[in-house]
Ligand binder design. Structure first.
Ligand SMILES: Nc1ncnc2c1ncn2[C@@H]1O[C@H](COP(=O)(O)OP(=O)(O)OP(=O)(O)O)[C@@H](O)[C@H]1O
Length: 237
């Protein structure tokens, strides 16, 4: 579904990704893991068209090359990115945030029926549609960001560190929902520092270190190789 070849990414003249290859198949749940500063967020931003890439970079999504498209054209093709830090609009209500997720479509009727359907993932929102997003807890804001992503009708959903800054019990709830979304047929590419959690839910994982892929494999296999994981996450696990 998504094939990335020779991804080199730059901030100005500084190259932070070197020849990264990643593949995500339809229906799969793929995790991109790695220590602080490895380049995980940069990879996701490069896929979304938000970071400069080299001429040899190739990104193919659903059979079409997308590496030179604008971010909104990439979203319109069904590649939707829920960013690190959630990015909810604090001064807008829950409902207004969800409507923003559907900004590329203009059917009010469809938007309302999508909200009704998707809010079942987190029924607490049902009675609180006019609450300001800025007054929600971190976990609730993360759920809102995920549901807002789904409002864009993704074919592949990219989630950047949904566990960031959340208590373990909340992380478990968020991950139950993400697993449910994947089971309903959604393809997922996840960036995480929470390696244990990611390897429990993903089918396949890539490990990124200093801007390059250093290991990859089925999650059930990687999970058993604690020494390998530790070696890449020195001091972080
Ligand atoms: N806007 C920027 N300008 C310049 N360098 C940047 C910028 N954003 C990130 N970097 C650098 O690029 C490298 C990769 O950063 P990136 O955020 O992709 O890592 P990460 O694996 O997602 O880490 P984290 O888990 O801490 O978010 C780091 O060395 C970082 O300092």
């Amino acid at each position: 579904m998504l094939t990335i070849k020779h991804l080199d990414s730059y901030y100005g003249k500084a190259q932070v990704l070197h020849d990264v290859d990643i593949e995500v198949k339809e229906g799969q749940f793929v995790a991109l893991l790695g220590p602080n500063g490895a380049g995980k967020t940069t990879t996701m931003m490069s896929i979304s068209g938000l970071v400069k890439t080299s001429a040899q970079t190739q990104i193919e999504f659903l059979g079409e090359r997308i590496e030179r498209l604008k971010p909104e054209a990439i979203v319109a093709r069904g590649l939707v990115h829920v960013p690190q830090g959630r990015g909810v609009f604090p001064g807008l209500t829950i409902k207004e945030n969800l409507i923003m997720g559907a900004y590329l479509r203009n059917s009010k009727k469809e938007t309302n029926s999508d909200i009704e359907r998707l809010v079942e993932l987190f029924p607490k929102f049902k009675e609180r549609m006019s609450q300001m997003a800025g007054t929600l807890s971190g976990g609730e804001q993360q759920m809102l960001a995920i549901i807002r992503g789904l409002m864009a009708h993704p074919k592949l959903l990219m989630l950047d560190e949904p566990s960031m800054g959340l208590a373990p019990i909340i992380v478990d709830q968020i991950y139950e929902t993400i697993a449910q979304i994947n089971k309903s047929g959604m393809t997922i590419l996840l960036v995480e520092q929470n390696t244990n959690m990611a390897l429990q839910v993903a089918n396949y994982a890539y490990i990124l270190s200093v801007g390059g892929i250093v290991n990859e494999g089925e999650s059930c296999v990687l999970r058993q190789d604690e020494e390998m994981i530790k070696s890449y996450f020195k001091g972080q696990h």
